[in-house]
Write a protein that binds this ligand. Structure first.
Ligand SMILES: [Zn+2]
Length: 308
């Protein structure tokens, strides 16, 4: 049974934002996301245990950054982690503005800390799973890319995805730090990507620099801003910050969307629900909001289904 409960409710009023910039005469692009508030919001919605909070939070942070790499307002990105251990699935959907909705298949898992004394995200997900990226670019078919999980720690797995699936070398770091009460104390992430045409010398320098970057969650915990983190990490290069914008954990579900889903089940299925239960309670996977349909509502939906 799930007995874990965080006592203090945190995260309210905390700013979540993403800073985007360039370094080394625009031959490196970099994204830094501060996600403490939105990961805490997700923790409360899904009532996650510490290791599940860390796994979900890292996925949310990565999806938010990846969403911001989309080119157009109507594009959407889905990041799926398919685990083979206790966590079977984490799904995060991000839009162009870095807004994310997400869920985790098993929010209540308990797992001992790993040998480094850290929350064992890699152990909870397992190494032999898959990482899937679906980009809905408004075309007939979405773009689907996938790669094998390397460690299950998510950061390395995202870097591997970019390398093997998009031939894009990337440095990815994601981190969620929890307080003793289980609330999210600090959360963030960054992705650094050398762009085509980057000089060899710049790459060598970058490789050296990334070895010494402290964990992102500790930099956020120290109160460093996204801009300060970006500049600090790439201090040996010329750095240009080009954008800063708010991001959040937001769900776009609505009664209309749930109604459409019910109608698409077809009239036989709907008739069964009306006859057997006389009502339906449907909750959104992503935000746990409950939608109630009484018998009359369902009969109206059945009418719409019959018109199809
Ligand atoms: Zn929802």
């Amino acid at each position: 049974m799930h007995i874990y409960k965080a006592k203090v409710v945190g995260g309210i009023g905390l700013k979540n934002y993403l800073v985007r910039g360039f370094a080394a005469s625009k031959s490196i692009r970099v994204f830094v996301a501060i996600t403490t508030g939105m990961v805490e919001k997700a923790r409360k919605i899904h009532d996650t245990t510490p290791v599940a909070t860390a796994a979900l939070g890292r996925t949310i942070t990565a999806a938010s950054i990846m969403g911001q790499m989309l080119k157009s307002e109507n594009h959407k990105l889905t990041l799926q982690i398919r685990g083979v251990n206790k966590i079977k699935s984490i799904v995060a959907v991000a839009d162009f503005k870095g807004h994310v909705k997400a869920y985790i298949s098993n929010p209540y898992i308990e797992l001992a800390l790993n040998e480094r004394g850290k929350l064992d995200v890699g152990g909870a997900i397992g190494k032999n799973g898959k990482l899937i990226v679906i980009k809905d670019l408004g075309l007939k078919k979405p773009y689907i890319g996938q790669s094998n999980l390397i460690t299950g720690e998510i950061g390395e797995d995202i870097a591997a995805y970019y390398m093997y699936s998009e031939q894009q070398p990337s440095v990815v770091s994601l981190g969620v730090l929890l307080g003793e009460d289980g609330c999210v104390k600090a959360s963030g992430g960054f992705i650094i990507q050398p762009l085509p045409g980057v000089e060899e010398e710049t790459l060598i320098k970058l490789e050296k620099i990334v070895q010494d970057i402290p964990p992102i969650s500790s930099m956020v915990d120290k109160g460093m801003s996204g801009e300060a983190i970006l500049k600090f990490m790439l201090k040996d290069f010329d750095v240009e910050i080009i954008q800063k914008n708010d991001i959040d954990f937001l769900c776009d579900c609505s009664k209309e969307k749930i109604e459409k889903a019910l109608i698409s089940m077809g009239k036989d299925e709907l008739t069964d629900i009306i006859e057997e239960d006389g009502k339906a309670e449907i909750s959104c996977h992503f935000c746990n909001k409950k939608y109630l349909f009484n018998k009359l509502n369902l009969i109206q939906l059945l009418d719409s289904a019959e018109l199809k």
